[in-house]
Design a protein around this ligand. Structure first.
Ligand code: ADP
Length: 501
C-alpha cells in the first residue's frame, strides 16, 4: 500500500506562530490556575510540546462562574440594548476576520487539520456564524396572547443566565462559535471549558473578542481536563444551562451531573455512525468523490462522518475499485503544505484507537482494500484506509472510529437500506446519493437522523439546525432552534380592570 504524498518524510515546516495566551481567562484577565498547575499541548505532526497551558480545575471553574454570574446579574451585558449587543457581536466577527490567517495557523498547529481548511473554510465559517447571531438580538421577542378572562397576557423571552459550555477538539473554533453565538445573542454570560487537546485558539479568539468590546466576565475560558474542570462546570449549582459536544459516553455523564446538582438545562451534541447511501442510479464517479469527502474530511474526525457507505449491489464492485483508487491518491502530509488533504490525527490516544479499529476490521473478516497502518514514522498520521465486504454486525460498522477508515457495505433494495441505516443507536446525519426525486424523498422521510444531505454532505450553513435523534444528542445548534437553548420563557398575566378598554 502507498499513498501519493511523502511530505511527512521531510522536516515539518515550522510555522511562524507565537503563543501569546496560555492562561485561564476570567473576567477579562489572563490568570494562572489556582493550583499553579499546567499541562502540555502537542503538535500532532511532530508529537512535540507546543506550549504549557494553565490547567483549570474545580476552583478555577468556581472563579469563572462567579465572574459570569456577576456579569449577568449586575454587568452591562444583559441590560444593554439588543442593538448594542448585536454591534459588539458583529465587532467580534470583524476582528476574527481580520486575524483569519494567524488564527488558522494556531488551529492547524494545535489540531493538525490542514491550513487550507482552517484558513479558507473554518475561520470564515466562524465569522459567518458570529454575523448570523449578531443579527438576532433585536429580533428575539415574545408574544401577547389572547387568553380567556380579563387578563393581559405577555410571553417574554429572557436570557437563561450563566451558560456552561464544554467543547471537543475536532473543530475547536467552530464549536466555540456554534455555542458562543446564540448564548451571547440571547444575553447570557458564559464559562467555556475547551478540550485539553486544543486549548490555544479559543484563548486567542476570546482575547480578540475583548479587544472588540465584549465586556469582562461575559465570556470566561478555562482550559483543563474533563473529569476535573468539565465535571465541575456540569455540576456547578450557579450554572443555569450546560451545552456539551463530545462523545455519547461523556454526554451521559453530563446529563447525570446536571440532574444530580441543580437540574440545569442540558443540550448535547454527541456521536454518530452516519449512513451514506449510494443508490443504483448514481453517477459512480461523483458518488465516490462525495462519499470519500463525507468520510475523510478533517482526518475522519467528524461526529457526522459518513462512516457507513452503503452502495447498491449493481455498482458495488466498481464503487469499491474507484474508492480504493481515490484513497490511494489522497495526499497525506504536513497540514501546513499547500495541496495536502490529510494531516495527522489529534493525539496518540486517538491514533492507537483507530489502529485498533482497523485491526478489528481485519479480524472480523472485512476486506482491507488499502491502507491499514501508520503513515510515515513521526506524528499521528494514519493511512487512508478502505474496507469492503463490511457487515452490519462488525465493530467497524457499529462503533465510531473517528479516523480515516471507510467501511463500504452492500445493499439490494431501498427498504432494506432504510432498515439497516436506522438499526443504530445513533441518529445524527445521513447522506443520500441519487438522481431520483422519489428515492430521495422516501429516504429523507424514513431516516431517523437530525440532518439528511441529498447529493451533498457536510453543509454547515449558520441558519441550518444541527443535532441528533436517539443517542446522538438532545437539542439543536445553529439556526433559529439554537436560540431556544439559551432563552427562558416567562408568562406575565396582568389583571385588566377594564377588559373592553
Ligand atoms: P472525545 O472522545 O471527542 O475527546 P469527550 O467526550 O471525551 O470526547 O470530550 C469532549 C469534551 O468533554 C472535552 O472538553 C473533554 O475534556 C470533556 N469531558 C470529558 N470527560 C468529561 C467529564 N467526565 N465531565 C465533563 N466533561 C468531560
Amino acid at each position: 500500500f502507498g499513498t501519493a504524498a511523502t511530505a511527512v518524510e521531510e522536516p515539518p515546516i515550522r510555522p511562524d506562530v507565537k503563543i501569546d495566551y496560555n492562561q485561564i481567562l476570567i473576567n477579562g484577565q489572563f490568570l494562572d490556575s489556582a493550583s499553579g498547575k499546567t499541562f502540555p499541548t502537542y503538535d500532532p505532526r511532530t508529537e512535540e510540546v507546543i506550549a504549557h497551558v494553565a490547567e483549570g480545575d474545580a476552583e478555577d471553574i468556581d472563579r469563572a462562574v462567579a465572574a459570569a454570574r456577576q456579569a449577568f446579574d449586575n454587568g452591562p451585558w444583559r441590560k444593554m440594548t439588543a442593538y448594542e449587543r448585536s454591534r459588539i457581536i458583529n465587532q467580534c466577527a470583524d476582528i476574527v476576520e481580520k486575524h483569519n490567517d494567524e488564527i488558522a495557523m494556531l488551529e492547524t498547529l494545535d489540531n493538525g487539520k490542514t491550513y487550507e481548511q482552517a484558513s479558507k473554510i473554518e475561520i470564515p465559517t466562524v465569522v459567518r456564524i458570529l454575523r448570523y447571531y449578531a443579527g438576532w438580538p433585536d429580533k428575539i421577542h415574545g408574544l401577547v396572547v389572547p387568553a380567556d378572562g380579563p387578563h393581559h397576557v405577555q410571553i417574554m423571552h429572557e436570557a437563561i443566565g450563566v451558560a456552561g459550555q464544554i467543547i471537543p477538539w475536532n473543530f475547536p473554533l467552530l464549536m466555540l462559535a456554534w455555542k458562543v453565538g446564540p448564548a451571547l445573542a440571547c444575553g447570557n454570560t458564559i464559562v467555556m471549558k475547551t478540550a485539553e487537546q486544543t486549548p490555544l485558539s479559543a484563548l486567542y479568539v476570546a482575547k480578540l473578542f475583548h479587544d472588540a468590546g465584549l465586556p469582562p466576565g461575559v465570556l470566561n475560558i478555562v482550559s483543563g481536563f474533563g473529569p476535573t474542570a468539565g465535571a465541575a462546570l456540569a455540576s456547578h449549582t450557579d450554572v443555569d444551562k450546560v451545552a456539551f459536544t463530545g462523545s455519547t459516553a461523556t454526554g451521559k455523564i453530563i446529563l447525570e451531573l446536571a440532574a444530580k446538582s441543580n437540574l440545569k438545562q442540558v443540550t448535547l451534541e454527541l456521536g454518530g455512525k452516519s449512513p451514506f447511501i449510494v443508490c443504483e442510479d448514481a453517477d459512480v464517479d461523483e458518488a465516490v468523490e462525495l462519499a470519500h469527502f463525507a468520510l475523510f474530511f478533517n482526518q475522519g474526525q467528524c461526529c457526522c462522518a459518513g462512516s457507513r457507505t452503503f452502495v447498491h449491489e449493481s455498482i458495488y464492485d466498481e464503487f469499491v475499485e474507484k474508492s480504493k483508487a481515490r484513497a490511494l491518491r489522497r495526499v497525506v502530509g504536513d497540514p501546513f503544505k499547500t495541496g495536502v488533504e490529510q494531516g495527522p490525527q489529534i493525539d496518540d490516544l486517538q491514533f492507537k484507537k483507530i489502529l485498533g479499529c482497523i485491526k478489528s476490521g481485519v479480524e472480523s473478516g472485512a476486506t482491507l482494500e488499502t491502507g491499514g497502518g501508520r503513515f510515515g514514522n513521526k506524528g499521528f498520521y494514519v493511512q487512508p484506509t478502505i474496507f469492503s465486504n463490511v457487515k452490519d454486525e462488525m465493530f467497524i460498522a457499529k462503533e465510531e472510529i473517528f479516523g480515516p477508515v471507510q467501511s463500504i457495505l452492500k445493499f439490494k433494495d431501498i427498504n432494506e437500506v432504510i432498515q439497516r441505516s436506522n438499526a443504530s443507536r445513533y441518529g445524527l446525519a445521513a447522506g443520500v446519493f441519487t438522481q431520483n426525486i422519489d428515492t430521495a424523498n422516501t429516504l429523507s422521510r424514513s431516516l431517523r437522523v437530525g440532518t439528511v444531505w441529498v447529493n451533498c454532505f457536510d453543509i454547515f450553513d449558520a441558519a441550518i439546525p444541527f443535532g441528533g435523534f436517539k443517542m446522538s444528542g438532545q437539542g439543536r445548534e445553529k439556526g433559529i432552534d439554537s436560540l431556544k437553548n439559551y432563552l427562558q420563557v416567562k408568562s406575565v398575566v396582568t389583571s385588566l380592570k377594564n377588559p373592553a378598554w
